[in-house]
Design a protein around this ligand. Structure first.
Ligand SMILES: Cc1cc2nc3c(=O)[nH]c(=O)nc-3n(C[C@H](O)[C@H](O)[C@H](O)COP(=O)(O)O)c2cc1C
Length: 255
């Protein structure tokens, strides 16, 4: 089977799962390619999902839903009867948002056929810091769930996540979050620790960070994926309004 997995990951959890699944598909004799969603939305790779037997789409839960960049990606997908599976990572087993029904509906309108849907509990990348032992346990549980997911998909087993009973609340929460991201976008601050290494500029998935006259400038396209904050080598990035929910420092997932 020829598989392509498109995934978005701000701080590495979803990438961890995507890479684990890729290895398992390959070990089972399939071909599996991983493509970061931002390389599609930035126009860096050719989008050709029709060329695969199966397409995966993975993302982190942001406010019970998918980050905006995932919806931007969905708009670019062709209308064709493509078999696909969805997976998402969330920082809490209760607040993962149930099924991804909005996303499913958009893809159904493009005639895509949903084969499987799963979610992974990973360490939360904001708000509540997990201890190293818990991070290791969650990563191990994700590997086990990835093995089950891949085995089910390859054997043709179809599993979908149950629809959420609080869809309206989730939609409201997502709207508030989208507005918060937009309003908070320009408020990221850079301290004097910054040595202008340019990592954040290169890695920002929405090209929201630019270097202007020797200073970093944040635009209005932030999706709060936290990648810039997470990966800053000098820990120079901060956000005055989001500061209280940012972890003290990023954690490292086991390899
Ligand atoms: C802006 C934002 C909103 C989030 N909202 C939720 C949420 O509603 N429910 C949840 O369980 N986790 C939430 N999380 C935690 C992430 O879903 C979780 O840590 C995820 O695995 C991060 O994946 P990544 O490392 O691939 O970006 C949120 C994280 C961020 C940054």
């Amino acid at each position: 089977m020829k598989i392509c997995v498109y995934y978005f990951s701000g701080t590495g959890n979803t990438r961890f799962v995507a890479e684990d699944m890729q290895q398992r598909f390959i070990d089972s004799g399939s071909q599996c390619e991983l493509i970061p969603i931002e390389s599609v939305t930035k126009g860096e790779v050719v989008l050709n999902p029709e060329e695969y037997d199966l397409v995966g789409i993975g993302f982190p839960v942001h406010a019970y839903d998918a980050p905006g960049i995932v919806y931007e990606f969905l708009e670019l997908l062709p209308a064709a009867p493509i078999r696909y599976f969805l997976f998402k990572t969330a920082g809490d087993k209760l607040f993962y948002g149930g099924s991804t029904n909005h996303l499913r509906m958009l893809l159904a309108n493009k005639r895509w056929k949903l084969a499987y849907e799963s979610f992974f509990v990973m360490p939360a990348n904001m708000a509540s810091p997990a201890k190293p032992g818990k991070i290791a346990r969650l990563a191990e549980a994700a590997r086990i769930h990835s093995a089950e997911t891949v085995a089910d998909i390859l054997s043709g087993t179809r599993k979908l996540l149950p629809d959420s009973t609080s869809q309206r609340i989730s939609t409201l929460f997502k709207r508030l979050e989208t507005r918060g991201c937009r309003k908070g976008s320009r408020h990221w601050r850079v301290s004097s620790n910054c040595d202008l290494c340019g990592k954040c500029v290169q890695e920002c998935p929405t090209s929201n960070i630019t270097l202007v006259d020797g200073k970093l400038k944040f635009g209005d396209k932030c999706i709060f994926c936290l990648r810039c904050w997470w990966n800053c080598p000098s820990r120079a990035i901060d956000h005055p309004y989001a500061h209280a929910v940012l972890l003290k420092k990023p954690y490292i997932l086991p390899t």
